[in-house]
Design a protein around this ligand. Sequence first.
Ligand SMILES: [Zn+2]
Length: 398
Amino acid sequence: MSFSRITLWFCGAAATASVASTLIWPQPAARRPAGISVNAAIPRRNQDFTVMANNLITVYNQQMVSSRRVMHSGTREEAKRAALPYGRGSVSAFKLERPLLSRARQQAVSSLLLAASLMASGLWAQGPPAGGRGGRGPAAGQTVEKIRQLKPNLYMITGGGANTLIRVTPDGLIVVDTKNPSDENYNRVMEEIRSVSALPVKFVLNTHHHPDHVGNNQKFIDAGAQVVALDALKTRMASDPRTKDIPGLPTVTFAKDYVLKFGGAEVDAHSFGRGHTGDDTMVYFPDLKVVMVSDQITDATPIADFANGGSAVEWTQILDGVLKLDFEMAIPGRGEPKTRAEIEAYRAKFAAVVSRASEAIKAGATRDTLATQVKTDDLGWQFNPQFYGQLYDELTRK
Ligand SMILES: [Zn+2]
């Protein structure tokens, strides 16, 4: 597979950071490149990456740039892995020369990133036919894909942010998670929904406050839906720099558990603890034996958003809650549905990480050395030093 490559430079007239962007895409003949390459320069003191929803990988500390497109952060290796599901499209690496930006400059950088992504889209558009909207577009993960039936009256739409579920009832629809904010994503989601039901969306549930899960809440509210979520989700969505400007705060909130009975269907929302964030919500469809576990289960290394209540130590507690439910299919925030056995295996791996860290601390590991004292190669996960720092704090706080 061959790639052509163009390097674009955005020099910081508006922002003091100059942003170097390398956009990589296939030759016109190559519609679906097999892999992705990442050119990333890691600022020495800020090793967080942020993988952006529209196939961009940015290299800066998570707190620095306020972007609604941000999904996850992690190490270089994690970024590479996390980018793979969004493959096929462009990957960009941005290096900010100054790690700390003022608010105004953050906005300016966000604009540059947006410009870069739009440019990438434009370049893509000049390529071969993309295979239809939402089908085999140039950038998997970025594009809202075709709706798929998982169970009777339960559908999933991948792409454009996190996975979205749709429960069809005779009285209307229940939607879980609303993807990254954009008219395009919302319109595509509705187009796909309309291909299976003409009924209105009456309820939306959010699995946590991250932008790729709550991005189009407001559009559903405007169309007549109630958005149901944890109290903590509403609070964090309103305060997290990545989401506070996204409209569509939940309209109905609950403290811990919520049972929605609508149109003869039941949907249960549970907060079993803190993990990926402090507002993780497991959404369970008891009659279908399906549970939406969201980013509590990942194909790549798990990511805990410690700044927003995430916890490594409590992570398995959520999975214990999930495993008490009678389910046969678990839907992650990204990627394909999982089996119960896969959830059990994931739980065991996470428990191993925490117990190894605990042992290492007992053996003398410090906050700074813990990362080098815990092996996770056999688990297929590679956490960044920040993760270990936070894990150290959690384990020694007690
Ligand atoms: Zn998330």
